[in-house]
Design a protein around this ligand. Structure first.
Ligand code: IMP
Ligand code: MG
Length: 177
């Protein structure tokens, strides 16, 4: 019996996650031939995905991290987002791929993409491990997508419930959703 088994069931296995990350890395490698790429991970959730994805990209690639947190009015996000950890270096002229764990309402990413555009990178694309389209409130253009999931609260592979379960190597679903 593993410690999490009463609370979390498997939605996407570790093997399926790793296989999909490998495919995304190969796709990015093809799309960015001849260019340097900066992966921009959004803390903390995307860090696990980011470090695996980096190792599947066969190009000169660097990474940076940004922290954002959404304000919540009750249980619903207000769409107002605060930068909790900003970049030390400018993105001017760089080919940036934003790496996110999940696009839920899309409000966090809409704010972030507007903020990044003001820094004049050469290009910005979005790579998310998961998308939950049932909850979308604004449309954000997703260039690379791992999996589309139903409206579950998911944990594992970086995703948390109250900061816990980030260490699970698969995508799980809370049993008392
Ligand atoms: P959005 O602004 O509603 O798209 O929220 C995106 C952020 O909410 C993600 O970066 C996650 O941190 C968090 N989030 C949304 N859905 C889930 C989930 O099912 N599990 C864990 N975190 C989630
Ligand atoms: Mg997050």
């Amino acid at each position: 019996m593993r410690y999490y088994e009463n609370e979390v069931g498997v939605l996407i296995t570790q093997d399926a996650v790793q296989q999909r990350v490998k495919e995304l890395g190969e796709q990015i490698t093809r799309d960015y031939q001849g260019r340097d790429v900066t992966l921009l991970g959004i803390m903390k959730g995307s860090v696990f995905f980011l470090t695996d994805l980096l190792r599947q990209i066969d190009l000169p690639v660097t990474f940076e991290l940004m922290g954002v947190s959404s304000y919540h009015g009750g249980t619903e996000t207000t769409g107002e987002v605060r930068i909790t950890h900003d970049l030390a270096k400018p993105l001017h002229g760089q080919h940036v791929i934003v790496v996110e764990d999940i696009i839920d309402t899309g409000l966090t990413m809409r704010f972030l993409l507007e903020n990044l555009a003001a820094r004049h990178p050469a290009s910005v694309k979005l790579c998310t491990l998961l998308e939950k389209p049932a909850r979308a409130r604004v449309q954000v253009p997703i260039d690379y997508k791992g999996f589309v999931i139903d409206d579950h609260f998911v944990v594992g592979y970086g995703l948390d419930f109250d900061e816990k379960y980030r260490n699970l190597p698969f995508i799980g679903v809370m049993k008392r959703d």
